[in-house]
Design a protein around this ligand. Structure first.
Ligand SMILES: Nc1nc2c(ncn2[C@@H]2O[C@H](COP(=O)(O)OP(=O)(O)OP(=O)(O)O)[C@@H](O)[C@H]2O)c(=O)[nH]1
Ligand SMILES: [Mg+2]
Length: 305
């Protein structure tokens, strides 16, 4: 791809513990909802791309699953996806929660980052809920202990400080090609985006192990009567009792999940939608290599999911 004169471009990975606000940051920097967010940790499972366009450049952001000490094979896959992004990016945006500060998981990541040449920027998120003294002492701690080129406090949720953050990242990027056309904000497939919308509603509305035990697969989409976009999606659960919870009495839970999912799809894609949700059981899919691959959770870097 040809380098363009006076055009800056490059990759920035958003990395950090679960729940610090990485996906919220991606969505609000791109100014479109791409990544699922929820108050539960481990919401993001895949690498997700979002492109921020400027008159003279573009930042290609990679949202990643939260890094934590993973015990199950499935969680290890998620963490592997995050760790694998480090080396291929120009800039690492390391996110911490302003209220929580640095925790054990952060130290583990910061240690691995030492050997990576990419420029590192610390983003202190959720300043809207942190006290000023806490914020100042966190900045002082980061300054003293770590080697970040910049420390930028933001509130991703309120979009406070995001303009500055975007400009700062852009300034550090090299001259480069325009990788994405200006109207393209992600290279995730349409099916993937649909699946994530449904999965987000499940993450937000179910409890205990259920949100972590499901996967969503869009089986087909087609144009129905009156130009309505029909989407058939399957929620895969691990056990029959989870299936029962997901359906609810007389389908009440499916309705509770389907309505907000349909509304969000309609808003995002600008058309009328008929969303059919089904639930199937696939025993222990999270521990089964073949199922993980079928569901797009094996991180083949040539496959963008
Ligand atoms: N108060 C406040 N809440 C925030 C902010 N940014 C994100 N949140 C909330 O924090 C929770 C987690 O946000 P996510 O964006 O899903 O976090 P994440 O780091 O992507 O989490 P994983 O995908 O699990 O690693 C959600 O409830 C967000 O609404 C912020 O700036 N202020
Ligand atoms: Mg996330």
């Amino acid at each position: 791809m040809k380098k363009e004169e006076n055009f800056k471009s490059g990759y920035a990975a958003i990395i950090g513990k679960p729940n610090v606000g990485k996906s919220t940051l991606l969505n609000n920097l791109v100014m479109r909802k791409i990544a699922a967010t929820s108050h539960k940790p481990q919401t993001t499972r895949n690498k997700i791309t979002g492109v921020v366009h400027f008159p003279g450049g573009q930042i290609i952001l990679l949202d990643t699953p939260g890094i934590h000490k993973a015990s199950s094979q499935f969680n290890q896959l998620m963490v592997k996806a995050s760790l694998s992004t480090y080396k291929d990016v120009d800039i690492i945006l390391f996110v911490v929660d302003a209220k929580q500060g640095f925790a054990e998981n952060d130290m583990f990541v910061l240690d691995t980052l030492k050997d990576i040449d990419s420029l590192k920027i610390l983003i202190i998120n959720k300043i809207d809920i942190a006290s000023k003294p806490d914020l100042l002492s966190l900045i002082a701690e980061a300054d003293e202990k770590f080697d970040f080129r910049e420390i930028i406090p933001v509130s991703a949720l309120r979009s406070d400080g995001l303009e500055d953050l975007g400009q700062t990242v852009l300034n550090y990027l090299p001259e480069g090609p325009q990788y994405f056309p200006v109207d393209m904000i992600t290279d995730c497939s349409e099916e993937f985006l649909l699946e994530e919308i449904v999965r987000e509603k499940i993450m937000q509305r179910t409890h205990m192990e259920v949100p972590y035990s499901i996967a969503v697969v869009v089986e087909q989409t087609y144009e129905g009567n009156n130009g309505v976009w029909v989407i058939d999606a399957v929620i895969i659960a691990e056990t029959a009792s989870q299936k029962k919870i997901l359906i609810g009495s007389n389908g009440s839970m499916l309705k509770k999940l389907g309505k907000p999912a349909r509304e969000e799809i309609e808003k995002r894609f600008g058309c009328k939608v008929y969303l059919n949700l089904f639930v199937k059981v696939k025993n222990n899919w999270r521990d089964d290599k073949r199922s993980l691959r079928d569901l797009g959770y094996m991180y083949d870097s040539s496959k963008n999911r």
